[in-house]
Design a protein around this ligand. Sequence first.
Ligand SMILES: [Zn+2]
Length: 176
Amino acid sequence: MLAGVIASAELAELAGRHAERELRWRVADLGRLAGLAGGPGNGELAARFRFLPAAAGLARVVVDIEGGLVLTCQRCMGPLDWPVAVSAEFCIVASDDDAAVLPEPMDAVALGPAGLELAELVEDEVLAALPLAPMHAADGGCTAGRTAAEPDGVNRPFVGLAMLLKNDADDAGKGR
Ligand SMILES: [Zn+2]
């Protein structure tokens, strides 16, 4: 299991003393994000959590997430550096049902079986902030225009590979 699960008993204590925690995760270890941003250039996400008391004896958490992802540009299919800077605040409730009875409107996050799962919370927030179709800015190095002009150009890396494999197979056939 990834670091950063806080048991419900500990939450009240952290909130009571306005505690802060800083945690980092490798993007590769965050399964859902790694699937979207699986490139080798992906590094870490750093998150700072502040725990505070909330109404009705509950705790709330304020989180600031920073880092960078390498997404795939949906125009040229090339790598796209995507800076992450996400902030969010939640009231922590025991279950989704409890969110309905919060005294004030506030985003709620429900505890998992082991407690508050910080990695999951961070992943949820970053996923929600990602664009549906990430693309390079017009002047951001998008190679889509160039690809259209040369259909057999640099953006089809597997064409060459397929030909190499075919040649190898032909050579092997001749050798026998
Ligand atoms: Zn692009």
